[in-house]
Design a protein around this ligand. Structure first.
Ligand SMILES: Cc1ncc(COP(=O)(O)O)c(C=O)c1O
Length: 333
């Protein structure tokens, strides 16, 4: 990827404006990835939008899906950047409770049903670190069919699934493409977070709206970055498996330490997080000030995150070991 970036940057044609809607070969490459890995057919012309990272896309999607005052349902707990999109679209945010008792599946039966512009979902979940419980995507399609909501599924951690699981796309669910789109990020799968490259794929009407907004707000993505993206998607995938295995090994290390503290093992099926229930009397503030361990406070992911914390595996092995040793002492004390 880095080599391709360098060679592409030295080619004269890299320095003009790129096609606003992305290099055709890049759109073909992601469509081919969806076909071969996720079993989803995509038309690279009409069902693929190229975006400068999915953080941008999740805001743009709120803008093209919701009118002022419409409701957008966001997973609670969920990724803290989603509310920014809702706010910038002047939409109304309603939390969609994820139920710990059913593997953090969305409690659609508790959700309002009127005036819903969109529902955002994210599996493997940040912060819950679970893959979609069986039936979740089919339930989302039914909810969308009944309410007219669009589904936005965020597959940011899609390829980082553990214990021999296969990556799973929302779009492989019957009817999904009629009601929604999926965001695919190059950041986590390929460790390209700083490059700013991602995709929104699926429903052609939503893709067209997004492309139209982007036609007016930016002028494409640097050609060399797109060429490197093609190299990533079409080249050997060893680095993806290595990255996934490394996070899995770190997760196992966390489990080992927690088991020694007599704390119930959290479920961790993918992503690079562990979503912990804090023992009685332990808070992230105390862990920081008394033990010098930084965990992300659960409340930051929505009201239902209270009493929990997110531990990141995206640190070096040494940092993780130091942190876990401190955690062991804090939890045992
Ligand atoms: C759930 C989730 N979605 C989207 C993003 C944004 O990723 P990108 O780098 O594609 O903007 C992140 C980044 O942390 C994330 O955790």
């Amino acid at each position: 990827m880095v080599e391709r970036l360098a060679t592409a940057a030295s080619e004269p044609q890299a320095h003009g404006y790129p096609p606003f809607r992305g290099l055709p070969e890049l759109r073909v490459a992601i469509a081919e990835r969806y076909r071969s890995l996720y079993g989803v057919e995509l038309d690279p012309e009409t069902e693929v939008a190229v975006v400068p990272g999915t953080k941008t896309a999740l805001v743009e999607l709120a803008l093209v899906l919701a009118e002022r005052g419409n409701t957008i349902l966001l997973p609670d707990p969920g990724y803290p950047d989603y509310p920014s999109g809702v706010a910038l679209a002047a939409a109304r945010l309603v939390g969609l409770r994820l139920d710990p008792a059913s593997g953090w599946a969305p409690a659609f039966d508790e959700a309002p049903r009127d005036d819903i512009a969109a529902v955002y979902l994210n599996y493997p979940s940040n912060p819950c670190a679970v893959v979609a419980p069986p039936g979740t995507f089919a339930d989302a399609v039914s909810f969308a069919e009944q309410t007219g909501a669009a589904v936005v599924h965020d597959l940011a951690y899609g390829d980082l699934v553990f214990d021999e699981r296969s990556p799973e796309s929302f779009l492989a669910t019957p009817g999904a493409k009629d009601v929604g789109v999926e965001m695919f990020s190059m950041s986590k799968t390929y460790g390209m977070a700083g490059w700013r490259l991602g995709f929104v794929v699926g429903n052609s009407e939503i893709v067209e709206r997004l492309d139209l907004l982007q036609d007016h707000t930016r002028a494409g993505i640097f050609t060399a970055v797109q060429e490197a993206g093609i190299a990533a998607l079409t080249g050997p995938q060893d680095s993806v498996f290595e990255r996934r295995d490394r996070y899995q090994a770190r997760r196992d290390r966390v489990f080992e330490v927690l088991d020694g503290c007599a704390i119930e093992r959290p479920v961790c099926e993918g992503s690079f997080y562990v979503w912990l229930e804090l023992p009685e009397g332990v808070t992230v503030e105390r862990l920081l000030t008394e033990s010098r361990i930084a965990l992300a406070p659960g409340e930051g992911f929505g009201p239902s995150g209270a009493g929990r914390a997110r531990l990141s595996l995206a640190v070096t092995d040494d940092q993780l070991d130091t942190g876990l040793e401190r955690l062991r002492r804090a939890f045992s004390g």
